[in-house]
Design a protein around this ligand. Structure first.
Ligand code: GCW
Length: 651
């Protein structure tokens, strides 16, 4: 029998809850979310729903003034009330209360989310594969059919709802042939099946659509957004969808990007393309989430003027203010592509009149494939607290969606999800923390990586004797991964296509256009105005000045912005070449340390979890060693400069 991991709903923890009594005030409108709340109490937690308020430990109250979010009020040792204006917030308040109960530090709290949209994007294909998926096949599809796995999807919906996720896109943004027809009558009944499950948990379902659908369906010869028949086609389509699924969220669109069709084919811009779809959805209150991941993927490495980092800003800044109210731009947090280290995308803070979503990647495409341990909260925390310098006294990235979007409720954060059909959802058990953590920072960006990790560990494993061991491993894991992979923000250097393991020149002469320009003297990409691609100028003045100047550019981003000699001295006094050697040797030592520490947890964890991480750590070590040796050898051969500690380099 397959037993699916309970993730942070580890049943062991719920003995307390089972003994509790819940009361729901009768004036609350009984929608599907409220029904589900009752069901969660009675069936999932096997606790009691009582009909007399005075008998209850937890009372749910509808209160129109508590919006958005909820208030959990402790009346006395025995009783709390959960107040909110909407049933979805009552449900979220319920989980919040339970999770905190487990963590034993519960107090009165008024919780309001930082972001209105808190979304997970699935890159699942209808055939069951997942683009950039590292935990088995899709939980939704197999062989161009829906799996109809009610139980698994419900468990997943509960996991997401418990951390406040409220939107989900069900299919890959690269919309292949069969997926194009997910919006056809043939498949919509099954989409509805999923939408109903997620809907009960307060999560709206969206679909990625193919911009050329009118053509692919065989109905029209064009997909020109200004063509009336095309507009009509999408309106009819929207009507059909909403007839079946009244709370459908809307469309997610990757257009004119990496081969996906879009408005450029008709000489139209992205605003014209997005607005056309938005107008079809508007009568139904649906939204269009339009991605800004648009760049020239047919570059010539000989051409030094094209810079992929510039692309989103170059394509979208001029369109600021041209998008309809129900369009939201989904913008990757960095200018390139979810690298371990890259600066924050300069569109943030610069866009003033356009709804925005910041996009992250929970799935570990460039960050270790869920083989290597990489607790990504470190990266996200740092990114979200970046000062764009577009505000007084500051404008941190985390505040951009709410403050710079004309319709704040159509703004927020999204992340590409990391689950698959593996029994433990994420391949590496510890990668569950990234999914949990994404939901938590989407709600409250000021929670620190340490706080979130403590919550997750407590919920997942309960009390641990060697808590410090697992914390030490996870909290240093992001820095460790960075240490043994590409240095100082240069990025990529990964195996082409699959993006795991080193391939220093893998993309150097490729059409996707990401380069390190290493030669015998040095490396890095010159993105300065003075001598490079001019990308630095896309930032607000203060950040432009900081990045443009070699002396003020932060070391960790040095090679993203500048081409320097191997002998260039970093702020800590080391040369670039010595930094490369040191970090690569140290990175491997760190992984060895993890392997040495892990056995301390053997008696405390379930054998399946213990073994799972151990096995992944062994693979991580191989990967780290390969990175170390290839990087050190490559740069030694290039520079001819030896390691000042004379460690082993395969010259
Ligand atoms: O980084 C790239 C990935 C692609 C992905 C693309 C995107 C879905 O390698 O697999 O395609 O990003 O974000 O659209």
């Amino acid at each position: 029998m397959v037993t699916i991991d309970n993730a942070w709903f580890s049943k062991l923890q719920y003995a307390k809850i089972t003994k509790m009594r819940f009361y729901i005030k009768p004036n609350i409108f009984e929608d599907s979310i409220l029904l589900n709340l009752k069901n969660e109490i009675e069936t999932f937690f096997q606790a009691k729903l009582v009909t007399v308020e005075s008998e209850a430990n937890v009372v749910f109250v509808l209160d129109k003034s508590i919006y958005p979010g909820y208030l959990v009020k402790k009346m006395n040792q025995e009783k709390v009330i959960i107040l909110a204006a909407e049933t979805v917030s009552l449900l979220q308040g319920f989980y919040y209360y339970l999770l905190n109960l487990i963590n034993n530090d519960f107090n009165d709290v008024r919780q309001t989310p930082n972001q209105a949209i808190r979304m997970i994007d699935h890159w699942d294909n209808f055939d069951g594969t997942i683009e950039r998926g590292y935990a088995g096949r899709s939980i939704f599809y197999e062989n161009n059919q829906f799996l109809d796995d009610y139980n698994r999807v419900k468990m997943y919906a509960r996991m997401l709802a418990s951390v406040g996720i409220n939107y989900i896109a069900l299919n890959n943004v690269n919309v292949h042939h069969e997926e194009t027809f997910l919006i056809s009558a043939k498949h919509l009944a099954k989409v509805k099946f999923l939408a109903d499950i997620f809907g009960k948990f307060g999560i709206k379902v969206m679909l990625s659509v193919n911009f050329a659908s009118p053509i692919r369906f065989g109905d029209l010869k064009t997909a020109d957004p200004l063509d009336e028949q095309v507009q009509q086609w999408w309106q009819t389509r929207a009507n059909l969808i909403y007839d079946l699924i009244p709370d459908f969220g809307g469309f997610l669109v990757k257009a004119d990007s990496e081969g996906e069709p879009g408005p450029f084919a008709y000489g139209r811009d992205h605003a014209q393309g997005a607005n056309m779809l938005a107008r079809a959805l508007a009568p139904h209150h649906g939204i269009v989430i339009w991605r800004t991941f648009v760049y020239n993927a047919h570059q010539d490495w000989r051409d030094r003027t094209t810079d992929r980092a510039r692309a989103a800003y170059d394509n979208f800044m001029a369109l600021d203010g041209k998008f309809d109210d129900n369009v939201t731009l989904q913008i990757k947090f960095g200018p390139i592509d979810f690298q371990t280290r890259e600066p924050v995308q300069p569109l943030f803070g610069a866009l003033e009149k356009t709804n925005q979503i910041i996009e992250f990647q929970v799935t570990q495409e460039y960050t270790g494939h869920q083989i290597d341990i990489n607790y990504l909260l470190q990266q996200w925390y740092e990114v979200l607290h970046f000062d764009t310098k577009h505000g007084q006294p500051e404008l941190l990235l985390k505040d951009v969606p709410q403050t710079k979007s004309p319709v704040p409720q159509n703004s927020g954060v999204a992340a590409v999800g990391n689950v698959g059909r593996d029994d433990n959802w994420t391949g590496n058990k510890l990668a569950q923390a990234n999914l949990y953590g994404f939901g938590r920072i989407a709600w409250d960006a000021d929670l620190t990586p340490e706080q979130i990790l403590s919550e997750w560990l407590q919920l997942t494993f309960g009390k641990l004797e060697h808590l410090d061991v697992i914390k030490e491993i996870m909290l240093s894991s992001n820095a460790t991964y960075e240490a043994y992979t590409a240095p100082l923000g240069v990025g990529f250097m990964v195996t082409p296509q699959n993006h795991y393991g080193p391939s220093i020149d893998g993309y150097e002469f490729d059409r996707w256009g990401t380069y390190h320009f290493a030669d015998r003297n040095g490396l890095g990409v010159d993105r300065t105005v003075k001598t490079g691609t001019g990308y630095t100028r896309q930032y607000a003045d203060a950040n432009y000045a900081k990045y443009e100047d070699l002396t003020t550019c932060p070391d960790e981003l040095l090679l993203f912005f500048h081409h320097v000699d191997y002998t260039h001295v970093l702020h800590d006094g080391k040369t670039v070449i010595q930094h490369i050697y040191d970090t690569h040797f140290e990175g491997v030592e760190k992984v060895k340390q993890y392997l040495a520490l892990w056995p301390q947890l053997e008696d405390e964890l379930a054998p399946i979890d213990y073994q799972n991480v151990l096995e992944h750590l062994n693979r991580q070590l191989k990967n780290a060693v390969e990175w170390r040796d290839q990087m050190n050898t490559f740069f030694y051969r290039m520079s001819g400069i030896p390691d000042n500690q004379e460690r082993k380099i395969y010259a």
